[in-house]
Ligand binder design. Structure first.
Ligand code: GLA
Length: 380
């Protein structure tokens, strides 16, 4: 991919990039909507990434190009206004520059920029976090700034929350930043604190993108967020991570039905993340898999963020040999499901699932086979 990036960079900017940075997409392994509730979550950086090439300019011009849009976008020198329409992808690197500047870091004044990516867009694999973190690493290098990985992740999240305008938690940027080959990333989201947990050798991930997305997905995410905060307030805790099942039961009569249901999911889900860490430590993949299925059922029953397509995929995967577990991955309301499976499942099993889905819904899901990879890094 680096060679392709350099060739494309030369074709567009008529010179070679000075800096190349890479950051991966991610799978949410378990811990659904736990991050902004202060809980824990497990994710995996995957072997699909965004690469950013950068070369400084002394004239202050900032020329943004990507492999998905044909035109070079050049915001007015010194301007940091949000862009719209087909230029809105530039809000990711622009948001990073704003977050760096507002954090007191130096930023490069002018540059030629190119982003290329093989993280599928709109598949719930955080292609946006991949662009944010690879851009951030390249800009930091160009400005001669050195910061911690925690700070890198925080800049990515800040760009997403404040500039792009998506009120996500720390999961996406945290996993893209702290990923490690053959490991899961565990995030204690209140810190936030990050560590890696080894994946037992053998299994890999399969992702099925349904391409069905609820039209109101952003609004639904925000609504779930506020129902969770309402539940915490009524229970009398700062965040749902501070509530026990007994506290929830005691508050049930005072909670609106939606707030109760969301809290029920989040509190149980945080417990499942901890159980999954234990089961992984014991190498008990069957137990890990059961937790993945339980997570999906809880999303379906309590958080109500699955879809008929996702439920069909997870139900079908449950009866496949070699599948340890499966669940929706990411925000939900459509999007993608993922499975943890041994080689006994493989291309054949994935093909069977895709065929059954085609039969039922009249369209084939995209199928992606992925392994856990290293997080964001400078390539040159
Ligand atoms: C989206 C958000 C994450 C997280 C998940 C749900 O992917 O970007 O921060 O909240 O939804 O777990």
């Amino acid at each position: 991919m680096t060679d392709a990036l350099i060739a494309k960079f030369r074709a567009i900017h008529a010179r070679a990039p000075e800096i190349i940075a890479r950051a991966p997409g991610r799978i949410e392994f378990i811990g659904n909507h736990t991050d902004y509730n202060g809980g824990s979550v497990l994710g995996a950086a995957i072997d699909r990434s965004a690469w950013v090439g950068l070369a400084r300019r002394s004239d202050g011009r900032r020329r943004f190009a990507s492999d998905t849009h044909s035109d070079v976008v050049e915001p007015q020198a010194g301007a940091f206004d949000r862009l719209t329409g087909s230029h809105s992808w530039v809000n990711y690197p622009l948001g990073i520059l704003v977050a760096m500047r507002d954090s007191g870091l130096k930023i490069p004044a002018g540059f030629d920029y190119l982003a290329v990516s093989n993280v599928p867009l709109g598949a719930g694999l955080s292609s946006s976090a991949a662009i944010e973190l690879s851009s951030c690493m390249a800009f930091l290098e160009a400005a001669g700034e050195t910061i911690s990985r925690e700070a890198l992740v925080a800049l990515g999240k800040r760009a997403e929350n404040e500039f792009v305008g998506v009120p996500c938690g720390i999961l996406d940027q945290g996993v893209s930043g702290f990923g490690r080959k053959d490991h899961l990333v565990y995030i204690d989201c209140r810190g936030p604190r990050f560590k890696t947990v080894p994946l037992p050798a053998g299994p890999s991930f399969w992702v099925f993108n349904t391409h069905s997305k609820h039209a109101l997905v952003d609004g639904l995410y925000a609504a779930r967020h506020s129902e969770c905060m309402e539940a915490a307030r009524v229970i009398g805790v700062p965040l749902l991570v501070d509530a026990s099942p007994a506290m929830l039961a005691a508050a049930e009569g005072r909670l609106s039905r939606p707030a109760y249901k969301r809290a029920r999911h989040v509190i149980d889900e945080i417990a499942r993340v901890e159980q999954a860490v234990e089961a992984l430590g014991a190498g008990d993949l069957a137990a890990v898999g059961k937790l993945l299925f339980a997570s999906h059922r809880s999303s379906r029953t309590w958080f109500e963020n699955t879809s008929p397509e996702l439920d069909f995929l997870v139900d079908s995967l449950e009866s496949e040999k070699g599948v340890y577990g499966a669940r929706l991955t990411g925000g939900g309301f459509g999007g993608a499901a993922m499975a943890l499976a041994s080689d006994a499942f493989g291309e054949k099993g994935a093909g069977r699932i895709a065929d059954a889905y085609l039969e039922k819904f009249g369209a084939r899901p995209d199928v992606l086979h992925a392994r856990a990879e290293d997080g964001a890094s400078l390539v040159t």
